[in-house]
Design a protein around this ligand. Structure first.
Ligand SMILES: O=P(O)(O)OC[C@H]1O[C@H](O[C@H]2O[C@H](CO)[C@@H](O)[C@H](O)[C@H]2O)[C@H](O)[C@@H](O)[C@@H]1O
Length: 147
């Protein structure tokens, strides 16, 4: 196993993980730095579904998010425009079941916007997706729906 030019034996996954974490520290241990960097900036939150909002399970149809997580997402979406992706748009919307969020499927080429954005950022989140889409494949235009 190789990471950043360093060789790790398959038994040294901990070492490789440690090195990776030095470069990509957990947000939970860097919250002060994140808050400082965010000062004076407008914030939008982009969340993956599997393994972020729900636990990883064997059957993808059983990857339910907890109610505590749902409440947390609902609360944070009152503060920042919040987008969730990682499955088909409808699938992730059904799993999450919250209004007022942006849902994106098909590798963010299929975007669903809330009628009323929690904040006045109704165009900024899709614009970010457009950027992402153009980065991935500039020839495909996304489907955008207002719900
Ligand atoms: O490439 P991503 O956007 O990260 O999506 C990868 C896959 O995510 C889902 O699978 C993952 O979660 C499942 C449920 O916990 C788990 O069974 C699977 O092992 C994980 O890879 C999704 O079901 C897949 O369609 C995505 O390709």
């Amino acid at each position: 196993m190789k990471y950043k030019g360093n060789e790790f034996s398959p038994n040294d996954a901990d070492g490789a993980y440690h090195n990776w974490m030095l470069e990509y520290p957990s947000a939970l241990t860097s919250i002060e730095q994140i808050v400082n960097n965010a000062k004076g900036k407008r914030i939008a939150l982009f969340l993956d579904y599997d393994g972020t909002l729900s636990p990883i399970v064997d059957n993808p149809d059983h990857a339910f998010m907890s109610n505590a997580m749902r409440v947390a997402v609902r609360n944070i979406a009152k503060c920042f425009p919040t987008a969730i992706s990682g499955r088909s748009r409808e699938k992730v919307r059904k799993f999450v079941g919250l209004k007022g969020l942006y849902y994106a499927g098909n590798h963010v080429m299929d975007i669903m916007c809330p009628v009323q954005s929690p904040a006045d950022h109704t165009t900024e989140v899709p614009n970010y997706f457009f950027f992402l889409r153009n980065y991935v494949n500039p020839t495909i235009f996304p489907y955008i729906q207002v719900i």
